[in-house]
Design a protein around this ligand. Structure first.
Ligand code: FE
Length: 161
């Protein structure tokens, strides 16, 4: 009888642990976490759509597509340093392209939205969607192309000394 009682008591606990485990795998906890309503309220419309709902801005429409000033590109949502002007090149794809990023600040995820695996790039601090990585980058350097939505970034110029 005691055994049955113990099992009855433990079963919901075990089930709840398993649920928590599934939840942990499904969504990572980021250093910056906000509700969808909070993000929607504080981000410009396009930044919100790209960063929080994985939208893609139309090609050749973003402000940083043909933009080559010297400086740093930070996350438009949480200000984390993500890309540097020295790594930017013209891929003529219609989106800002970099041959590398600030690796420790970028999360490399997998996205199956088009029916096949693509490497999705996210801000590792807030989980915001940035774009995708492809293997058709400059062969002389990394061979990688970080194809990034302008709306996900904020450019900060290098200060003149
Ligand atoms: Fe961020």
């Amino acid at each position: 009888m005691k055994k049955i009682l113990l099992t009855l008591l433990l079963f919901p606990l075990m089930a709840s642990c398993q649920n928590n485990k599934k939840e942990a795998i499904k969504s990572k906890i980021y250093a910056v976490e906000k509700t969808d309503a909070e993000w929607k309220n504080e981000l410009p419309r396009m930044a919100y759509q790209v960063l929080r709902h994985e939208a893609t801005e139309p090609p050749f429409s973003g402000i940083y597509d043909k933009f080559y000033e010297e400086g740093v590109y930070i996350c438009a949502a949480c200000n984390t340093e993500l890309y540097f002007s020295k790594d930017k090149y013209d891929s003529n794809s219609g989106w800002p392209s970099f041959d590398r990023g600030a690796t420790e600040n970028i999360e490399f995820d997998v996205d199956y939205k088009l029916g096949y695996a693509r490497t999705e790039l996210k801000c590792n601090t807030c989980g915001g969607h940035l774009g995708h990585m492809f293997n058709d980058g400059p062969r002389k350097t990394t061979g990688k192309r970080h194809c990034i939505n302008s709306a996900a970034l904020t450019f900060t110029p290098t200060a003149d000394e």
